[in-house]
Write a protein that binds this ligand. Sequence first.
Ligand code: NAD
Ligand code: UGA
Length: 459
Amino acid sequence: MKNIRNILCIGAGYVGGPTMAVIADRCPEYRVTVVDIDPERIRAWNSPRLPIYEPGLQEVVERCRGRNLFYSTDIPAGVREADVIFVSVNTPTKTFGHGAGRAADLQFVERTAREIVEYAQEGKIVVEKSTLPVRTAQALSRVLQANGKGLRFPIVSNPEFLAEGTAIQDLTFPDRVLIGGTDDPEGQEAVETIAQIYTHWIPREKLVTTNLWSSELTKLVANAFLAQRISSINSISALCEKTGANVDQVSQAVGMDSRIGPKFLQAGIGFGGSCFRKDILNLAYLCEHYGLPEVAQYWESVVDINDYQARRFVEKILEAMFNTVTEKKLAILGFAFKANTGDVRDTPALAVCQRLLAERATLAICDPKALDNARKELGDAGGRVTYHQDPYQACQDAHAILLLTDWPLFQTLDYPKILQGLPRPAFLFDGRNCLDHKALFEMGYNVYPTGSPPWTHFL
Ligand code: NAD
Ligand code: UGA
């Protein structure tokens, strides 16, 4: 096991930033540096206003920053000084060339390997923290070992399972930490060295060690299984709406089977976020690459149902509102892809809003943390989109209220007061099934849940 003093993380994003903050907090004897090519991001990490919103993150960063946690753009110095380098750069879906729309774009990862080779003066452990296609370590290894200086760079796969909005909690009390390495003594020593970091606060029995390929693949599979549960329950929500069953009741009863379990069975407008779609498409691409088209198709259907769910939501709105939303003001409650984050990457709210704009609706968007990011995605669409911190302002005069993100704030609004400012008939579409539909109906709203029949006052 190597002795660690300096840890470097390349990539100061949603994973690198919080993960390194928790490591610095829990391991005061390490000096942890996070570097990024984006100077704006680094400036923000060094400022009172962090570049991402994550409950509890500010406190951890403030405890460690300047003590043993540093954010910097100086990649050469960071690489030179590090004993261990975590690579936590983005791995988006490729948008061009071979595999466009499905394969992972590995240019950022490969660039980090080349930077390491260029600046390193001694060998160091390189940790794959980014989510990568299985066998990426082989490609990385080839770039790293071709360093011409005789340096060794053992590779470890240590994928991250944190979810946004609960990142600090997930990092502090993870279900497991996965560490994959090669079977040779060098690989095993590297695995043990990385394990040593986590044992500062995580019980040994939660550390799972595997070979490199199992670790890389497990990350894609974990995301695919989680997304699959959401698409499964969303597909059933469509059937519930046709049959009079209630999807919340179905998922509760199904989830009480201990073999199935209750989590990730909340029906809604579909999953969003930067990873589920990209990782499933990548998994499907890999299956095809290895000559398994049936397996690829199976996983792609998870994404197809997700797209269908957002489309279906808009079709439901159109049908209920007399087949037109043209020039109607619609209040959009929530734009982030889930509660407790400002992240809007692949948010289903964007797909819904774009479809409604194509129908020439006007949108008043309210979100506690995602308005800046929402503005970057949608702009003002020729004056047809406005942004509001205040939900009451967003709802004033709206023909319909659309709940698109499950922020707790939206569950405690004064809905009778909102109703007073609405034209009649008043419509409310609960895309996250988190409101009291019966109570809203009794107030006078026509309520359209997800996965159960509407509550309407129409005869
Ligand atoms: P992100 O886009 O927020 O951050 C990546 C950062 O890497 C960016 O700031 C970018 O400027 C920087 N970067 C890119 N190339 C660089 C280079 N050559 N040198 C230095 N910096 C460079 O991405 P993220 O959400 O943190 O995700 C990172 C990885 O972790 C992805 O593979 C993702 O799939 C995975 N992951 C993400 C989450 C999540 O919740 N967001 C959770 C688990 C795993
Ligand atoms: C997800 C995984 O949960 C993490 O384990 C993983 O590390 C991460 O992806 C990643 O690799 O990026 P995240 O996308 O941050 O985390 O958030 P989730 O809580 O998984 O939610 C994803 C989406 O599914 C959200 O849009 C959420 O609203 C939706 N969702 C979730 C549902 O529609 N129903 C549910 O029952 C659960």
